[in-house]
Design a protein around this ligand. Sequence first.
Ligand SMILES: Nc1ncnc2c1ncn2[C@@H]1O[C@H](COP(=O)(O)OP(=O)(O)OP(=O)(O)O)[C@@H](O)[C@H]1O
Ligand SMILES: [Mg+2]
Length: 358
Amino acid sequence: MPEPTREAVIEALRTVQDPELHKDLVSLGMVKLGDLRDGVASLVVTLTTPACPLRESIERDIRQALAPVGVREVKLHFDSKVAAGRAVADKASLPGVKNLVAVASGKGGVGKTTVAVNLSIALARMGSSVGLLDADVYGPNVPVMLGTTAEPKALDERTILPVEAYGVKMISMGLLNPGDRPLIWRGPMLHSVLQQFLRSVRWGELDYLVIDLPPGTGDVALSLVQSVPLTGAVIVTTPSAVSLADVRKAVEMFRQVNVEILGVVENMSYLMCPHCSKRVDVFGYGEGRRMAEMFGVPFLGEIEIEPQIRVGGDTGKPATAFGEDFPGAKSLFAMARQVAARVSVVNLGGQAPNIQIL
Ligand SMILES: Nc1ncnc2c1ncn2[C@@H]1O[C@H](COP(=O)(O)OP(=O)(O)OP(=O)(O)O)[C@@H](O)[C@H]1O
Ligand SMILES: [Mg+2]
């Protein structure tokens, strides 16, 4: 076979699509051809997130596309650059923060904080810079789950530095001493309290700022959702029948205020019986996926009931902090990859499909 030309290689790369963005890698500007010599092609592929779930399939497709044009070896290097959400860029109100991702639920106790904390740690472990804002003013649980009670440093009256745990920058009202709270915390307008809070934190450069919203679709959640430029929202649910109405409420709230719904996560999906290793569908398995389909939003994955997830939450040692092989962590990492992928799709203006193929 003759030596491949640069043109032939690039033409071949045009046949490789990003499976989520539905465009070819060349048009997306995701691939660069470096050296091409003696049938050896050096490529750099820039993913839209280091947590990209499609890395392997993109690599396989590139190799398959280049073989027929005479490339006998592909030296592939991956890097990543997280794009900034359009809403964030427009409002430019949180400088340095590329994407704000809210974690919400129609009702309390479904595992919202567990998802927010583990999503943050998983994204950070996969190579992104991540912040976590605990916006649950009534029951700020994030400090306990992250195992930190460190008091944030205040640079001046209007600037707070976040604390850091497991590679995640975090701020929570639960960290602030009542005596230290600025007067405005005690004011009647929770809305302005949260606003103040949000804008006084110096996050630095972040790919993702995850926001643990207060439970439900009440005023606090609603005003927060409207006041920050969210890239999108993740809705957490459990598969019980009552959750359906709660998910509907949450979906409607976000649609009303034009916030993109990144998808639904089904938490406490099932239990793996430690005695017989069979799946026990405690609440009725698969409801989350069905709900997502019904509401026309992506399904982001299911997380089993895992005692280690609860213990980790109670003791400030979240499952994802111990890697993917830790009990419960695999599904949490998979969920984080799906969230990151949806953020990329939203930022590049893609249409969210009705059903997420996992
Ligand atoms: N997949 C899971 N497996 C086992 N325990 C879980 C799982 N998800 C959450 N939990 C446990 O369930 C309890 C409630 O979870 P969490 O605090 O995350 O819910 P929440 O929706 O944030 O609640 P709230 O509405 O009070 O803020 C916690 O004790 C947590 O450790
Ligand atoms: Mg919570």
